[in-house]
Design a protein around this ligand. Structure first.
Ligand SMILES: C[S@@+](CC[C@H](N)C(=O)[O-])C[C@H]1O[C@@H](n2cnc3c(N)ncnc32)[C@H](O)[C@@H]1O
Length: 311
């Protein structure tokens, strides 16, 4: 086969499947179907009476996954939507109870390497970054219209960029001369703003691109909405597994799971996050920063988190 990894190598695949505790005939949600790698492995466990609900905000990836998953024995439903809308998606699917929810955050390799998405500075392309082509704000809109202080905040908050102010200033100076239209133009502005080793310039460009992508696609607020949805859908046995690639995202997941445990709603399945072993990191360097966390709810909605009062 020309493309054995389908444009993306699934990260922590076996570990995720184990954590989800999938059994035949269950209903499982893959919030980030992507190229369908995890979905395929989940679907194979479900058997003909199981249901796999596949969500992706990128219709191009969803279309690809739909074709790839055709021969799975389970029932499949596909939703071109943001996983932050999970309650609405389940309502539309006529599903009131799911057994596990999975999310493999961020972007797939093909989204980075295909110029169409405007996510990479390795190939000069239109500065877009939208995963969902229906949304109206591109990265070019952000860099050409945001206040300097807002831009610096985004770079610092989303990517811990220590040269955030310097880069934001350079962007604002550059756009006075000409609207910034391409990934190459933006990368050149970042490179000139960050003095020092070429490595520092590449790292800063990588971080700036990540920070803008997160902002364009409202990644943090979508994740918060997904965590809130999992909490609202809880029932004894509901499992949630999330792979994150960024410390800010991992913090959101960790804090939510810690709070649920403190509220006696369930148990963490990963007291420490699961990370890729050497062999996976070697085979797929993109997996380096992955952290997988899992949680199983043991309490139902409406069950008291307070100890019973003795009369
Ligand atoms: C890392 S890839 C998933 C790869 C997939 N697990 C596989 O094995 O092929 C992440 C996917 O999530 C999608 N995505 C990112 N944010 C999303 C969101 N808020 N709602 C739905 N899908 C999202 C991206 O478009 C991308 O296809």
């Amino acid at each position: 086969m020309d493309n054995p990894d389908h444009g993306h190598q699934s990260v922590l695949l076996q570990e995720s499947i184990l954590l989800l505790g999938i059994e035949a005939a269950q209903t499982i949600v893959d919030c980030t179907t992507g190229r369908g790698g995890h979905a395929q492995a989940i679907g194979e466990k479900l058997g003909p009476s199981g249901t796999l609900i596949c969500i992706d905000t990128d219709d191009r990836n969803l279309h690809y996954a739909k074709a790839r998953l055709q021969s799975l024995p389970c029932k499949r439903r596909f939703f071109h939507a943001n996983f932050g809308q999970l309650p609405e998606i389940l309502q539309a699917a006529g599903v009131s109870r799911v057994h596990a929810i999975f999310a493999d955050l961020g972007v797939s390799t093909n989204q980075i390497t295909t110029g169409d998405y405007g996510l990479s500075f390795s190939n000069d392309s239109k500065l877009d970054m939208r995963l969902d082509r229906r949304s109206d704000t591109t990265a070019a809109d952000l860099v050409n219209r945001m206040e300097q202080s807002e831009l610096a905040d985004i770079l610092f908050r989303n990517a811990d960029e220590r040269y955030s102010r310097r880069i934001a200033r350079a962007i604002v100076e550059a756009r006075k001369v000409k609207r910034i239209e391409t990934t190459g133009e933006l990368a050149a502005i970042i490179r000139s703003a960050v003095k020092g080793s070429p490595r520092a310039a590449i790292d800063s460009a990588t971080r700036t691109f990540q920070a803008l992508r997160m902002e364009v696609n409202r990644e943090s607020s979508s994740l918060s909405a997904l965590l809130a949805a999992a909490h609202a859908l809880r029932h004894p046995g509901l499992r949630l597994a999330v792979i994150s690639f960024h410390s800010g995202e991992d913090r959101l997941v960790k804090h939510a799971m810690r709070q649920w445990k403190m509220d006696s709603l369930g148990e963490s399945l990963t007291p420490k996050p699961i990370t890729p072993g050497d062999a996976e990191m070697y085979a797929n360097p993109r997996s380096r920063s992955a952290k997988l966390r899992g949680f199983v709810f043991t309490a139902a909605i409406g069950s008291s988190t307070q100890p019973p009062v003795n009369s």
